[in-house]
Ligand binder design. Sequence first.
Ligand code: ATP
Length: 135
Amino acid sequence: SERTLVLVKPDGVSRGLVGEVISRIERKGLTLAALELKTVERAVAEQHYAEHDGRPFFESLLEFITSGPVVALVAEGPRAISAFRQVAGGTDPVDKAVPGSIRGDFGLEVQYNLVHGSDSPESAEREIKLWFPNL
Ligand code: ATP
């Protein structure tokens, strides 16, 4: 069994899609190992998105992710990392995410793509430590 770090980003929380996202995670067969609503500090956001430091959208991404509360959760199950990325859909909600995925069904713009999911076992371990140091 594997664990992945999922965020419902500020756009997902403000649009009232927290239940929708959690429901899709559960219906996929993944289970919740941790769950918290929190407004993230800039330093945590910088660490979370460290790999994007220097990209043109980095500053705007940090402003967005710290703009309101997010729901952070750890989902667990066989191939949880890939399974959640399938449930989320591709990064661009229109060009990449297919209908039936969270981003494909609810998203329009690449920055406001509603959810984050770890992209590898190494990222998952790093991100789970960052968001849930006590887990
Ligand atoms: P996440 O890491 O949030 O799951 P991802 O792995 O699908 O998303 P990344 O390429 O890692 O996508 O980009 C991280 C996040 O940065 C995206 O989810 C999106 O919110 C934002 N982002 C990516 N590309 C752009 C862009 N061209 N313009 C604005 N924001 C972007």
